[in-house]
Design a protein around this ligand. Structure first.
Ligand code: PLP
Length: 651
């Protein structure tokens, strides 16, 4: 910690305490830590030496000087590259450890992050591994076909397929690409057969199996017999017969399964792997050449670092995952004396989560004033009672859990007296001023209790009320519907924390409210080492200084699932690459949507909107209600604003 800064809050707080509080050392892996200035340090290459680290606060400020204001999505392409290397190295190690006589060849599922710069980066970094892509729609297939020109890289074609999708894939094979059409629906086989006949060429074919293994967690229902995709065992047998008859069985090379995203419990994966291995072996015995086993996505992220089988975590590491895939498949094939397949995984979340951080600023806070209002002489009874209760609380000393019950009683009293005050107000017995004093005193009671209690030993349910009674709302320059939709849609927890002032004790607790007018537009659920908590420890926002918050591990799924609720558009985004010597390079910048962009997306015509306002302002000038100078000022604001970001900004 800096010696020069001797303020009170820094004196009794360390960066280690911040790291523990926000769980940074648990979820940050090798990419994030706190530097001696109390700012988040990013280690894009996973190395902690100073030259290959960046101060996140400094970076945000430098981006601001380039007119790239928050909210901004910062993408560290080095991290993306590192993740791609890590997954390949994990499989390489497992293959060597278990003496697997085959190889691993992954693909990236485009749906996880379709942004051009992201997909291009993945292809460039993955080239040395012959890393391919997985497409789940015709549009994604277009990306896959045109961006991957490595003839060894696989293009896995999933999703619903019509005639054109299938024909495109068949023809792309002749272009020198390696598309595998995965049959996911019973009727797709007919379409493949007729397209092959028509073109006079065959595609590489895969089959997606519906597994019977039980799953747990969010996506439990997306597998098993009622799953949306995949063939049941009877369907698989019928499909094989059809392929045989059409002379296409020789092209059946791949078995695919996907048991849902973010598998929390490795036991579920093991069951699925065993079942899939047996199906693979049977397909081979039925005369299909096979060669590839595609274990789908699902490789999870430890969002809270608790290493548990809970929603925001996983009870396994990347290496455990690779080991289990390799070992299980090898075991099954060895027993049945069948050549092992090339292993494919479609890991999206695991590759794309870490590299992107959403940074937003706080516009202000609403807090509960809990200073003690002066006595006004004669006070109404509820206020008088609250004041007494406050003094009682002040004098309770808690030692070794003694006197906790007295605190509890005092708090119950405080709640009762506050309610008395509210009732009196409703009935017209007391005025606004007295009601304000009563509320303030009750908050003072809550604060006093929370500071009195030792080591967060809080009395059960009441503690939640205690906390929420003094919680602050931090107004975030952000739309969660645009930038963090899963926090709202599926209650996903991302690590969220301030990116600076981490050598200062966070004295406040609060949650975030976003810019939208939607009451759901808030973040009020935070990681808590395997559990969750409704409030986050935060700092008081300093006057004239931005308070920046980072949402980490957010590179998978959030951007494309985000929407234009309240017409908040995309945020700015910047791609950062470390330079060999020192410092960084701003590789790509994508400016966020302007108001004009989002209006057009809803079929409005920005020019026409402005023109209408111009006509109205001319009318007002004629009627004498608006001066020409002010009309011009209004039009200037409107025109400038049209070309600016949809978020709040200083200028
Ligand atoms: C979504 C999806 C994936 C990616 O899953 P992750 O959990 O992000 O790795 C892979 N394969 C298929 C078929 C998918 O639908």
């Amino acid at each position: 910690m800096k010696e020069t800064n001797t303020s009170q809050s820094q004196a009794n707080w360390s960066i280690e305490q911040s790291s523990e509080l926000y769980g940074l050392q648990r979820w940050g892996e090798e990419y994030f830590s706190i530097n001696e200035l109390g700012n988040i340090a990013v280690h894009p290459q996973g190395k902690k030496d100073k030259d290959s680290s960046l101060d996140l606060l400094e970076l945000v400020k430098e981006l601001e000087s380039r007119n790239l204001q928050t909210p901004i999505l910062i993408r560290f392409d080095d991290i993306l590259e590192d993740r791609i290397n890590k997954i390949h190295l994990a499989f390489k190690k497992a293959i060597s450890d278990y003496k697997y006589p085959g190889k691993y060849q992954g693909v990236f599922p485009i749906k996880c992050n379709q942004h051009r710069h992201v997909v291009e980066e993945i292809i460039t970094c993955g080239k040395k591994w012959n890393f391919g892509l997985e497409a789940g729609s015709k549009a994604e297939l277009l990306i896959a076909l045109s961006l991957v020109d490595n003839p060894k890289a696989l293009l896995i074609c999933n999703g619903y397929k019509d005639k054109r999708y299938i024909e495109t894939a068949i023809l792309a094979r002749q272009l020198g690409r390696k598309p595998v059409i995965v049959i996911e629906q019973v009727n797709e086989v007919e379409r493949i057969i007729s397209a092959s006949k028509e073109i006079g060429a065959a595609p590489l074919i895969g089959i997606r199996a519906k597994l019977s293994s039980d799953s747990s967690g969010r996506w439990a229902e997306s597998i098993g017999e009622n799953a949306k995709f995949g063939l049941s065992i009877p369907d698989i047998l019928v499909t094989i017969e059809k392929l045989k008859k059409a002379n296409l069985l020789n092209e059946l090379k791949l078995l695919h399964f996907h048991i849902g995203s973010q598998i929390n419990d490795i036991a579920i994966l093991k069951d699925a792997l065993q079942e899939a291995s047996q199906i693979y072996i049977e397909l081979n015995r039925q005369g299909a050449p096979m060669g590839y086993l595609d274990v789908g996505g699902g490789l999870g992220i430890d969002y809270d670092g608790s290493k548990t089988a809970t929603a925001g975590s996983t009870n396994y590491s990347l290496q455990n995952y690779a080991n289990d895939v390799v070992a299980t498949v090898r075991e099954s094939c060895k027993e049945k004396n069948i050549l092992v397949p090339t292993l494919i995984s479609e890991s999206g979340r695991s590759i794309a989560s870490h590299f992107s951080i959403l940074i937003f600023n706080i516009l202000g806070t609403s807090s509960t004033p809990s200073n003690i209002p002066l006595t006004t002489g004669s006070e109404c009874l509820p206020v008088h009672n609250l004041r007494e209760t406050y003094h009682i609380i002040k004098h309770i000393i808690v030692k070794d859990n003694e006197n906790i019950s007295s605190l509890q009683e005092a708090w119950n009293d405080a709640i009762k007296f506050k309610n008395d005050a509210l009732t009196s107000f409703r009935l017209g017995y007391i005025g606004l001023r007295e009601r304000a004093i009563a509320e303030q005193l009750s908050w003072a009671c809550a604060k006093s209790i929370l500071t009195t209690l030792p080591n967060k030993h809080l009395f059960s349910e009441e503690s939640k009320m205690l906390y929420s009674s003094i919680a602050n709302t931090y107004y975030a320059n952000l739309s969660i519907f645009r930038s963090a939709p899963d926090t709202w849609a599926i209650n996903q927890l991302f690590p969220i924390m301030p990116i600076h002032r981490l050598n200062e004790k966070p004295t406040e607790i609060g949650h975030f409210a976003d810019l939208t007018c939607d009451s759901d537009g808030k973040i009020a659920n935070f990681i808590n080492n395997g559990k969750s908590k409704k409030l986050l420890e935060l700092h008081k926002v300093n006057y004239n200084e931005n308070y920046f918050i980072g949402m980490f591990l957010s590179g998978a799924y959030q951007e494309v699932m985000g929407n234009l609720h309240n017409l908040f558009g995309t945020t700015n985004s910047a791609h950062i690459r470390l330079l060999k010597e020192k410092g960084y390079k701003l590789d790509h910048v994508v400016r966020g949507n302007t108001k004009s962009d989002v209006l057009k997306a809803m079929e409005h015509n920005p020019k026409q909107l402005l023109e209408r306002l111009r006509i109205s302002s001319e009318k007002a000038i004629q009627q004498g209600t608006l001066k020409i100078k002010d009309a011009q000022r209004l039009m200037d604001h409107l025109e400038t604003s049209m070309h600016q970001s949809t978020y709040l900004q200083d200028q």
